[in-house]
Design a binder for this molecule. Structure first.
Ligand code: KG4
Ligand code: ZN
Length: 331
């Protein structure tokens, strides 16, 4: 069978990325231009600056992606792009660019949901992974528990009712003075601490999550006890949020009698969360999958992987494609 090469374009937040992926599974190139250094100064992503930076670099990143993959635009079978969810101005840069490229090259245009992209990140790391499985998406903007029924059918089992887990990590890091983005910094500092501070965990009857309570508790505690041991606080925060995640994943695994789960999104880089899910998988006698670290945080290879499955499913977008900042999974 002829190889299918998909170009992925991602610009939903503060990473401009273009990738080339073969047959939905093999990364030929994955060029990522992170704006972290620029937004660091402001303690978080400034949407207007993000859009401008995407515009400045996207064409160069596309050329670099072709070069690293050692292919030309002619060789590409389709162009896939993140349609949403994300920052509207940031998404529009990728969507407009992809539409222009599709028009000029006459290559099909494929719209990809960013969250479905995160799930597909796992297909690039684990060739044997096939649906159905339960996937926990934990990122800066999302916390979703999803039943991945097939490559194109998704059932949301639960999601956060307030903050995303990554937002809580970033906020905790900010209040204790670790800077942005906070996730990796909390992860590192927690290694030196003991989880001896009691923090509130929130559970619901269904599979939803909530992280605003624990976030507020950390903010208040840090305010009331200025000399609190920050490493202990990070370790305690991680153990509490991980308990919330595992509780719901356990319920989902039991409900669906699953033999495998996947974790995805930026927070799935967290070393404590990975270790805890490894232990959980052993206890439950199931398999757990995570993308390799660079494919956990935002990147275009995951968009190309998801785009490949949309492509073989005959899903096509046209030049009327618009960015949808609150696009729901499965739409
Ligand atoms: O998936 P992602 O790049 O963007 C969204 O789609 O939101 O995720 C970014 C999030 C940020 O909140 C960042 O702090 C978090 O992932 N993150 C981590 C780690 N690395 C990145 N959180 C916890 N531990 C980490 N090691
Ligand atoms: Zn993301």
């Amino acid at each position: 069978m002829k190889d299918i090469l998909i170009m992925g374009i991602e610009s939903s937040c503060d990473e401009t990325s273009v990738a080339i992926v073969r047959n939905g599974r093999e990364v030929l190139s994955n060029v990522i231009n992170s704006q972290i250094k620029i937004h660091e100064e402001y303690g978080g992503v400034v949407p207007e600056i993000a859009s401008r930076c995407h515009t400045e670099v996207i064409n160069l990143i596309m050329k670099q992606a072709l070069k690293e993959a050692n292919v030309s635009l002619e060789d590409i079978d389709a162009i896939s792009v993140t349609q949403g969810p994300g920052l509207v101005g940031a998404l529009l840069v990728g969507v407009s660019y992809a539409k222009g490229l599709s028009y000029v090259t006459k290559k099909p245009l494929i719209a990809v949901n960013h969250i479905e992209g995160h799930i597909a990140g796992n297909y690039l790391t684990h060739q044997e992974l096939k649906p159905p499985f339960i996937c926990l998406i934990v990122s800066g903007g999302h916390t979703h528990l999803v039943n991945v029924k097939s490559y194109s059918e998704f059932e949301i089992l639960g999601k956060t009712r307030d903050d995303a887990i990554g937002e809580a990590f970033d906020k905790v890091a900010r209040v204790i003075g670790l800077g942005y983005p906070g996730g990796p910094k909390v992860d590192n500092l927690a290694k030196e601490g003991n989880p001896n501070i009691k923090l509130p965990v929130t559970h619901f009857d269904n599979l939803d999550f909530s992280f605003s309570g624990i976030k507020t508790a950390v903010i208040n505690l840090n305010h009331k006890v200025p000399d609190i041991n920050k490493a202990d606080l990070c370790a305690s925060f991680q153990i509490a949020v991980t308990e919330m995640l595992i509780t719901n994943v356990r319920k989902a695994v039991n409900m669906y009698n699953s033999d495998k789960i996947a974790i995805a999104g930026g927070v799935s880089r967290n070393s404590f969360i990975r270790k805890s899910f490894d232990d959980f998988a052993k206890e439950m006698d199931i398999k757990v999958y995570y993308p390799e670290p660079v494919l956990c945080t935002d990147n275009a290879a995951m968009i190309a992987a998801a785009g490949y499955y949309n492509y073989i499913n005959n899903e096509r977008a046209d030049l009327k494609l618009n960015a949808i900042p609150n696009l729901k999974i499965g739409e």
